[in-house]
Ligand binder design. Structure first.
Ligand code: SAM
Length: 276
C-alpha cells in the first residue's frame, strides 16, 4: 500500500485534553485512540491512496488521521462543535485534503464526487438509520464504492447474518440483496475511551449486481412486516401487507414458514411479485 508522508500530530489523548473533549453519552462518543488499531480500520477498504472518503463523526479525528495517512482525500461531518478546532489542526497538517462540515449526518449529504468510500466509527444511536439510508434508494449502485462501518457487535452480527442464524433479520436482507457484507474485524470494548458496555465490530460492505424487477421500497415493507413478528408464520405476519399472501402463493413459498427461514433470494422473489 502506498502511504502519504505522515505529518507529526500530538497524541490523541493530548488533543482530547487540550480541547476539553469529555465524551458525551448523548452524542454516542466512544473514541478510539490507538493509532495502530485505527490504521487497521482504515486499511479495511483496501488501498485508499488518491481515493475519496466520507467519514461521519470524526470526533477528535483519530480515524480521520488514519485515513489521511493512507493517502485519502477525506470529507467529514461532525455534530459536536467542540471537535472542530482539533479537526482544523488535522486539516492544517494535511493541506487541501480534509474538508470539515459541522452538522447532523442525518441531514447532511456526502459532498464528494462519486465514487467515494464511506468509513466511520458510527454513533450508536444513528448508525442503523444511516446504514439503511446508504443501502436504500431505487437507483443502484449509489455514489459509494464501499462501506466500512463500526457498529456494536450485535448490530454487525445482524448485518452479516445468514438464514437460520439467530441474528438474521430485516437488516441482513437489506444489506445482502444487492451488496455483499462481511465482518472485517472485532474490536474489544476496552479499545474505546470511555469503553462502551458492549463489544464492537467493523463491517465491510461492497455493492453487487441489483436483482431486476423489484423496488427497494417494496422489499423494505416486506421485510418490516415479515420480521415485525418473526416468531409467527408468514401467513400471519404478512396478513397486514396488501398482496403479501398472494405473493407468497405465487412464489410457492410455504406460508407456514417463518421469516427467519427465508433466504435473501426468496425475499427478493416475493418482493418482485409485490412490485409487479
Ligand atoms: N471517529 C471518532 C473515533 O473513532 O474515535 C469518534 C467516534 S464516536 C463513536 C461518534 C462520533 O459521531 C462522535 O464524534 C459524535 O460527536 C459524532 N456524532 C454523533 N451524532 C452525530 C450526528 N448526528 N451527525 C454527525 N456526527 C455525530
Amino acid at each position: 500500500m502506498s502511504t502519504a508522508p505522515t505529518p507529526a500530530l500530538p497524541p490523541l489523548r493530548e488533543v482530547i485534553a487540550a480541547h476539553g473533549l469529555s465524551a458525551s453519552k448523548a452524542l454516542g462518543q466512544n473514541f478510539l485512540l490507538d493509532e495502530q488499531l485505527l490504521g487497521r480500520v482504515a486499511a479495511v477498504p483496501g488501498d485508499l491512496a488518491g481515493q475519496r472518503v466520507y467519514e461521519v463523526g470524526p470526533g477528535p479525528g483519530g480515524l480521520t488521521r488514519a485515513l489521511l495517512r493512507a493517502g485519502a482525500e477525506v470529507s467529514v461531518v461532525e455534530r459536536d462543535a467542540r471537535c472542530l478546532p482539533a479537526l482544523a489542526e488535522i486539516a492544517e497538517a494535511f493541506p487541501g485534503r480534509l474538508n470539515i462540515q459541522e452538522g447532523d449526518a442525518l441531514a447532511a449529504q456526502p459532498d464528494l464526487a462519486p465514487p467515494f468510500h464511506i468509513v466511520a466509527n458510527l454513533p450508536y444511536n444513528i448508525g442503523t438509520a444511516l446504514l439503511v439510508r446508504w443501502l436504500g434508494g431505487e437507483s443502484w449502485p449509489q455514489g459509494w464504492a464501499s462501506l466500512t462501518l463500526m457498529f456494536q457487535k450485535e448490530v454487525a452480527d445482524r448485518i452479516v447474518a445468514a438464514p437460520g442464524d439467530k441474528h438474521y433479520g430485516r437488516l441482513s436482507v437489506l444489506a445482502q440483496w444487492r451488496s455483499t457484507a462481511r465482518l472485517a474485524m472485532k474490536v474489544h470494548r476496552s479499545a474505546f475511551t470511555p469503553p462502551p458496555k458492549v463489544m464492537s465490530a467493523v463491517v465491510h460492505i461492497l455493492p453487487a449486481a441489483m436483482p431486476e424487477g423489484l423496488r427497494f421500497a417494496v422489499l423494505e415493507k416486506l421485510t418490516a412486516a415479515a420480521f415485525g413478528q418473526r416468531r409467527k408464520m408468514l401467513r400471519q405476519s404478512l396478513k397486514g401487507l396488501p398482496g403479501g399472501l398472494d405473493a407468497l402463493n405465487a412464489t410457492g413459498i410455504d406460508p407456514t414458514r417463518r421469516a427467519e427461514t427465508l433466504s435473501v433470494e426468496e425475499f427478493v422473489q416475493v418482493a418482485r411479485v409485490l412490485s409487479s
